[in-house]
Design a binder for this molecule. Structure first.
Ligand code: ATP
Ligand code: MG
Ligand code: MG
Ligand code: MG
Length: 498
C-alpha cells in the first residue's frame, strides 16, 4: 500500500465504525498560554474533555499534523539519528466523546491492524497499566482482559505510570492507556531475544505505533480521583511509523513518505543516501544530514503555512532554531554553499496536496520566507563555523586535572558559545550539537552568565534587543508548552553538565 492509501484506509475504517472525519487543526496554536504547537491529536478537543465545549459529534477521526520540538514532548535531538522520531509528523486518531469505551476501541485497533492492514499478529505487542500503589491507582485489568481475547498473553505487557497512565494536567481528565508496539527485527534476531524485553527499551526495530488513552477519571485539586460521568477515548497512531511497518522497511525514511525528498536532496548534493550507514561510517554524517533536511522542511513549512514565521523569540525562535539547524547541515555536511533548503518546499507542497492543502496554496510564500532566512544565516554561518573550528583545533584543551590529580574532560567555554550566538547567530542548541559532534559539551553555566551580563548591559543602556536571543526577565520567561509542564525559553535548550 502507498502512504496515501494507508492514510485513506484508516479514515475509511473509522467512517465504517460511525465516525465523522474532521480536519486537522493548525500546527501552530495561538492564544493558548498552555501550548505553542499542536503535539497530539487530542489538543483540539481539549475543551470537550474538560467539559467546557460540546462535542459536535460523539465519534470523530482525523489525521493531525503535530510538532514535537519543545516542552513535554521534545524529540528534536533524536531526529535524523534514530529512524522513527520526527519533528513534524501526522498523528492518526479516533475519539469517543462519552460514547464507546475500551471494548470497542481495543477491538477496532486490533481489527484495523490485523484485518485491514494485515500486520502479522506475532510481531505485535500491547501494553496495559500495571497500577501504582503509592498513587492509589488500580491495575487496568479491564484492558488486559479485553486484549486477552485477541492477543497471546506473552504479548500483553504491563506498563508503569510514566508510559501507561495519561493525565492532561495537575487536575482534569486522566486515565490508563494501552500502547501497541511492532517488532520488525529479522527472524533470527527475534529468535534470540523476545520482543517483549525490548518494547520499552528504545530499540530501533521494536517501536511504538499506537496509543489508546482511556479517560475515565477526573483528578481534583488535592489529587483525589473521581470517576468521570462520561468516559472518553483518545487514540493516536504515528502515520509515518505505520507506513514503515506496512511497507516492511526498517526506517521511516525508507518509505514513500520520505524517499522522494531524500532522493532529491541526494541528487542535488551529488551524494548517495545510505540508509544502512552506522555511526562511524564514512557516509553516516551525510545520511543524518539528508534525514534532518527531509524532516525539518516539514516542521518549518507547516509552521509558516499555519501562521508562525521564524522570529527572534518565543514560538518564532523555536522555528528559526530548527531552520538554522537544517541550514548548517545543508551547508557544512552536504556542501550546499548557496541557499538550497527552500527548494524542498515545492516537492513537499505537492506531496501534501489533498491532505493539508494550505501548504500548497501558500507554497511560494513559504519558500520565500525560508529563502530569506537562509540568505541571512548563510551570511554568518561560514565565519561562525570557522571561529568554532579554529578555537577547537588551536586553543581548546580537551582534558585537565583536578587538584587531587584526576583527569577530567573539560567543557567548551560558554563564552565562546555566547560569541557564536551573539555575533554569528548560532542558536545555542546548534553549538551544542556541533560540540557533541566533537565529543564535547558546552559549559552552560558560563554561557548563561554571558547572557545575563548582556542582559544587564542592554538593560542599563535601555537598548531594544534585536538579537536572536531575547533575554526576558525571569517572570517573563515562562511559556507554557504542555498541559502539565512549564518551560522557559532558555529551557528549550537542554542544559547538560558533565
Ligand atoms: P515514543 O515513546 O516513541 O516517543 P510517545 O509515547 O511519546 O512515542 P504518544 O504521545 O503516545 O507517543 O503519541 C502517539 C503516537 O504518535 C505514538 O504511538 C507514535 O506512533 C507517534 N509519535 C510520537 N512521537 C512521534 C515522533 N516524534 N515522530 C513520529 N511519530 C511519533
Ligand atoms: Mg515520545
Ligand atoms: Mg512511548
Ligand atoms: Mg505513547
Amino acid at each position: 500500500m502507498t502512504a496515501t492509501e494507508i492514510r485513506q484506509a484508516f479514515l475509511d475504517f473509522f467512517v465504517s465504525k460511525g465516525h465523522t472525519i474532521v480536519p486537522s487543526a493548525p500546527i501552530v496554536i495561538k492564544n493558548d498560554p498552555t501550548l505553542m504547537f499542536t503535539n497530539a491529536g487530542m489538543n483540539q478537543f481539549k475543551d470537550i474533555f474538560l467539559g467546557e465545549a460540546p462535542a459536535k459529534a460523539p465519534r470523530v477521526a482525523d489525521t493531525q499534523r503535530c510538532l514535537r520540538v519543545s516542552g513535554k514532548h521534545n524529540d528534536l535531538e533524536e531526529v535524523g539519528i534514530d529512524t522513527y522520531h520526527h519533528t513534524m509528523f501526522e498523528m492518526l486518531g479516533n475519539w469517543s466523546f462519552g460514547d464507546y469505551f475500551k471494548k470497542e476501541a481495543i477491538a477496532w485497533s486490533w481489527e484495523l491492524l490485523t484485518e485491514v492492514y494485515k500486520l502479522p499478529k506475532d510481531r505485535l505487542y500491547v501494553t496495559y497499566f500495571e497500577g501504582d500503589e503509592k498513587e492509589g491507582l488500580e491495575k487496568d485489568t479491564e484492558t488486559y482482559d479485553l486484549w486477552k481475547q485477541y492477543v497471546d498473553e506473552a504479548h500483553i505487557l504491563p506498563g508503569n505510570k510514566k508510559d501507561n497512565f495519561w493525565e492532561m494536567g495537575e487536575t482534569g481528565p486522566c486515565g490508563p492507556c494501552s500502547e501497541v508496539h511492532f517488532d520488525s527485527r529479522p527472524d533470527n534476531e527475534r529468535a534470540e531475544v523476545s520482543g517483549a524485553t525490548l518494547v520499552n527499551a528504545d530499540h530501533d526495530q521494536v517501536i511504538e505505533i499506537w496509543n489508546d488513552v482511556f479517560m475515565q477519571f477526573n483528578r481534583l485539586k488535592g489529587g483525589a480521583l473521581q470517576p468521570l460521568p462520561a468516559k472518553h477515548v483518545d487514540t493516536g497512531m504515528g502515520f509515518e511509523r505505520l507506513v514503515r511497518v506496512l511497507q516492511g522497511k526498517s526506517s521511516n525514511y525508507d518509505t514513500d513518505v520520505f524517499q522522494p525528498m531524500i532522493q532529491f536532496i541526494a541528487e542535488k548534493s551529488g551524494k548517495t543516501y545510505n540508509s544502512a550507514a552506522k555511526p562511524g561510517d564514512a557516509d553516516w554524517s551525510s545520511a543524518v544530514a539528508m534525514r534532518v533536511l527531509a524532516d525539518h522542511i516539514r516542521a518549518i513549512s507547516f509552521a509558516i503555512a499555519d501562521g508562525q514565521l521564524p522570529a527572534s523569540n518565543k514560538a518564532g525562535y523555536v522555528i528559526r532554531r530548527i531552520l538554522r539547524r537544517a541550514v548548517r547541515y545543508s551547508y557544512q555536511t552536504l556542501g550546499f554553499k548557496e541557499p538550497f533548503f527552500n527548494q524542498l518546499v515545492p516537492l513537499l507542497a505537492e506531496q501534501f496536496k489533498g491532505v493539508f492543502d494550505n501548504l500548497y496554496s501558500q507554497k511560494d510564500f513559504v519558500q520565500k520566507v525560508i529563502l530569506e532566512e537562509e540568505v541571512s544565516f548563510l551570511r554568518t554561518l561560514e565565519q561562525g563555523i570557522k571561529y568554532f573550528d579554529d578555537y577547537y583545533e588551536k586553543t581548546f584543551v580537551r582534558t585537565g586535572k583536578t587538584s587531587d590529580g584526576n583527569e577530567i574532560q573539560l567543557l567548551f567555554p560558554g563564552e565562546m558559545a555566547f560569541k557564536l550566538y551573539d555575533t554569528y547567530g548560532f542558536p545555542i542548541d546548534l553549538t551544542q550539537l556541533m560540540a557533541r559532534e566533537r565529543d564535547t559539551l558546552i559549559n552552560m553555566e558560563t554561557f548563561e552568565a554571558a547572557l545575563q551580563e548582556q542582559k544587564s548591559r542592554s538593560r542599563a543602556a535601555s537598548i531594544i534587543d534585536t538579537q536572536d536571543w531575547v533575554v526576558l526577565k525571569d517572570d517573563e520567561t515562562s511559556t507554557f508548552t504542555g498541559y502539565d509542564e512549564t518551560e522557559t525559553i532558555a529551557h528549550v535548550v537542554k542544559y547538560r553538565k558533565v
